[in-house]
Design a protein around this ligand. Structure first.
Ligand SMILES: Nc1ncnc2c1ncn2[C@@H]1O[C@H](COP(=O)(O)OP(=O)(O)O)[C@@H](O)[C@H]1O
Ligand SMILES: [Mg+2]
Length: 172
């Protein structure tokens, strides 16, 4: 294969075929992340957001993945691996103001990776550098992922690392 033509502007066409496959893709994605990154997950209930977070945690070296569950009642969880993963769930938050009341801006600026489920509920309080991961249910066990960010330097950095995701690109 020649030079990678994937760009994160809209990197679509990523497909997973089982929950474990989504965990594996999340782990690969974690390898592209560094401290200060914010990942916004969008997709319906059961799309696979928490599954993807489990993969992120695995990729960041969190050893007990049983603690990675939808923090629906606890709005924010932290997992400690080789880097900390902050896990928000905005499902029960009314709006971005409620997210801000949680101190999300301070959390996003920590030496950690932060991920937000139901990020579209609180879009206005997410930083421009947010990498959006949109998940669509395409079958009983298949999910289509698309990635996007509006921050140019973030886009360039993730695009440069996008070879990690090639195993999941449907039509490279
Ligand atoms: N390819 C797939 N990736 C992720 N989850 C899948 C996939 N196929 C089926 N599933 C199922 O979809 C559900 C995803 O649940 P979860 O990750 O908690 O979703 P969300 O956090 O988006 O509500 C699980 O029941 C899982 O077994
Ligand atoms: Mg969830």
């Amino acid at each position: 294969m020649g030079a990678l033509a994937l760009t994160l502007d809209t990197l679509a066409g990523l497909v997973t075929r089982s929950p474990d496959d989504t965990v594996a893709m999340g782990a690969a994605f974690a390898g592209m992340c560094r401290a200060g990154d914010v990942i916004g997950l969008a997709g319906t209930l059961g799309a696979g957001k928490t599954c993807f977070v489990r993969g992120l945690a695995a990729g960041l070296g969190v050893s007990d993945l049983r603690q990675v569950i939808s923090p629906t009642f606890v709005l924010l969880r932290h997992y400690v691996g080789r880097m900390v993963l902050n896990h928000f769930d905005a499902y029960r938050l009314r709006d971005a103001a409620a997210m801000e009341a949680l101190g999300c801006h301070e959390v996003f600026d920590e030496e950690a990776v932060s991920v937000v489920e139901w990020a579209d509920n609180v879009e206005t309080c997410l930083p421009a550098r947010t990498v959006w991961v949109r998940i669509a249910v395409t079958g009983a066990s298949t999910r289509a992922f698309s990635l996007a960010t509006r921050d140019p330097s973030c886009r360039d950095r993730f695009s440069a690392a996008s070879a990690e995701l090639l195993p999941w690109v449907e039509h490279p």
